[in-house]
Design a protein around this ligand. Structure first.
Ligand code: C2E
Ligand code: MG
Ligand code: MG
Length: 555
């Protein structure tokens, strides 16, 4: 045999048993493929202790070899998925040549009863440590079961690297392998811990994730494309790659795991045919929506740069004498092609893409500046209310943004109010209270918008340092026709009195609304009955008069 080193190599590599060759200190010098398959650890990881799990396995192996046992050692080893599995380890010493130092060799087998089943060692890709094609269907089906139980969608993203073979040819398989490991890492960072990343084969990966909203798959898809575009550094060379993604959605595209996989594959094929470096949904409808979204996002970026956003102001009026006592700043988008676009058509996307932070900060600065300029022109001083989105509110720089807008405009903080919604305050209530206190310390008012539509528990309300409740339009429009809505509006007014808060009714359109609300003790009214939201110049003209023409008619 000594004359056939290639044969020996072959036997070593393709033995079904794991084989570990160690130095005298029991550190592994070489392991064969079976060790990789059985434990999920890449050989290089195991030798170098490159991951915490690989280090653990290496130490456990050394201890096992040292301990020996009759007829073998049997114990737990940590696999690449960080699960411990029972293995048998049979150590022997080999004298490679007379008088040469002894070589330690250990054979590794799964213990009886731990034979590598479908979801054990064979289910993992030794190179990346990710689950592999063997358990792919199982993971997809599990996600579908979960979604069936809990509601929601499952997105299956199948990913192929564009022109990966070129990397392999140019830099060799070892570099190609390292690139795949890095891809696996980046993909794992793009998703939540509960999602599954699978290496299917070669340069193909899949991501399985449960989503509350199918549109969220676009966010992940964009994140993945962006993450993989960052050049890889291989042997000192920068390698830039793009990738293609196919997206299948449950339950929209398919009702079982196998069909969903087919849909996602078809979509990937489509993405490759359409020029790569993109994602495609399986269904045309979703493709169309995704494209419209992308288009909207790009247009919004341009709009911000080209000053296409404008702020309208809607008066808040004291019902008794129709005096303007405040105004709400409401954003509009003056698109050169489509005309005036309402916030309902773009705020949600701005929120998802993060653009809301920039847009919101702009509305804030703009509103503070205008309000100050009205005061400088000796128009009646009024409070300006600015809507704040959840994402803005959660940003840890938000308080600074507000402080900055105030100091840049020299506006006295008591003329600024921020409108937040109940849902933004749920979740981490303590953090919300801290942030609200910081805002109150600046001297600005805090109003809860759309009050009554969220799920806030009344016990929290006493903890929130708010100044105003805004009765949601849904109750206001119904106060004259729906006794329940009337009762809720009455209760909110009572609540604000009890908690010593201001109360504003929004969406008043009819004299009957105004009458009911003022009868109940809500005297600040906002709504089309008095005025629609107006461009700044028109609002200024009203403010010069200070009182609105609309009389409070009693029906
Ligand atoms: P919101 O803060 O509850 O604003 C009140 C909405 O009701 C405004 O819609 C206003 O035009 C409308 N409205 C006022 N009175 C009446 C009425 O009598 N009848 C009817 N039918 N509607 C009335 P708009 O301007 O389309 O804004 C919609 C939502 O978009 C706002 O609801 C707010 O949540 C959001 N939004 C507007 N501007 C901004 C902004 O600058 N930043 C953020 N984050 N959100 C904004
Ligand atoms: Mg509002
Ligand atoms: Mg509202």
């Amino acid at each position: 045999m000594g004359g056939h080193p290639r044969l020996l190599d072959f036997l070593f590599e393709f033995s079904g048993d794991g084989i570990i060759v160690c130095d005298e200190g029991l550190r592994p010098l070489r392991v064969n493929q079976a060790v990789e398959v059985l434990t999920g650890h890449a050989a290089a990881d195991l030798l170098a202790g490159a991951t915490p799990a690989a280090t653990a396995a290496r130490d456990q192996l050394a201890a096992a070899i040292k301990a020996g046992g009759v007829p073998y050692w049997s114990g737990m080893l940590t696999c690449a998925d960080r699960r411990d599995r029972r293995f048998d380890v049979l150590p022997t010493t080999i004298e490679a040549a007379p008088c040469a130092p002894l070589t330690m060799v250990a054979f590794l087998r799964p213990s009886r009863g731990e034979l590598p089943g479908r979801d054990q060692a064979f289910g993992y890709d030794p190179l990346t440590g990710l689950p592999n094609h063997v358990i792919f269907l199982d993971r997809v089906e599990r996600a579908l079961l979960q979604a069936n139980r809990a509601g929601g969608s499952v997105a299956l993203l199948t990913l192929g690297l564009d022109r990966f073979l070129l990397v392999n040819e140019a830099l060799g398989f070892a570099a190609g392998d390292r690139l795949l490991v890095e891809v696996a890492q980046r993909l794992t960072e793009c998703v939540r811990e509960i999602d599954t990343v699978v290496r299917l084969e070669g340069d193909r990966f899949a991501l399985v994730m449960a989503l509350a909203d199918q549109d969220d798959s676009v966010i992940v898809a964009e994140k993945v494309l962006t993450a993989l575009k960052i050049p890889f550094s291989l042997d000192g060379q920068e390698v830039a790659l793009t990738s293609s993604l196919g997206i299948g959605m449950f339950p929209q595209d398919a009702r079982d795991g196998a069909s969903l996989i087919k849909c996602s594959d078809t979509a990937l094929h489509h993405a490759k045919l359409s020029g790569r470096n993109q994602y495609q949904f399986f269904s045309e409808e979703l493709n169309r929506r995704a494209r419209a979204r992308l288009d909207l996002e790009a247009r919004m970026r341009r709009a911000l740069a080209n000053d296409e956003f404008v702020v309208y102001f809607q008066p808040k009026v004291r019902a008794a004498d129709a005096a303007i006592v405040g105004a709400e700043a409401l954003i509009r988008w003056n698109d050169p092609a489509e005309g005036l676009i309402r916030p309902a058509d773009f705020i949600a996307v701005a929120e998802e893409t993060g653009m809301i932070e920039e847009i919101g900060a702009w509305v804030l600065r703009h509103s503070c500046r205008l309000n100050k300029s009205w005061q400088e022109r000796r128009l009646p001083s009024i409070g300006i209310s600015v809507n704040v989105s959840a994402r803005q509110f959660r940003n840890r720089h938000f308080v600074d943004t507000v402080r900055q807008a105030l100091s840049d405009s020299c506006l006295d903080p008591r003329w600024l109010e921020l409108e937040i919604t109940e849902s933004m305050l749920m979740g981490d209530v303590d953090a919300a209270v801290i942030r609200m206190n910081a805002l109150r310390q600046l001297g600005v008012g805090l109003s809860i918008d759309d009050f009554g539509t969220g799920y806030s528990s009344l016990s929290y309300l006493s903890r929130f340092p708010i100044t105003t409740l805004k009765i949601d339009r849904a109750f206001v429009v119904d106060v004259d026709t729906n006794p329940k809505a009337a009762e809720i509006a009455r209760a909110i007014i009572g609540l604000s009195k009890g908690l010593n808060l201001d109360v504003v009714a929004e969406g008043c359109e009819l004299p009957a609304h105004v009458k009911f609300l003022t009868d109940q003790g809500c005297h600040t009214i906002q709504g089309f009955y008095f005025s629609r939201p107006l461009p700044a110049a028109e609002f200024e003209q009203l403010l010069e008069i200070g009182v609105l023409a609309a009389p409070v008619q009693t029906p």
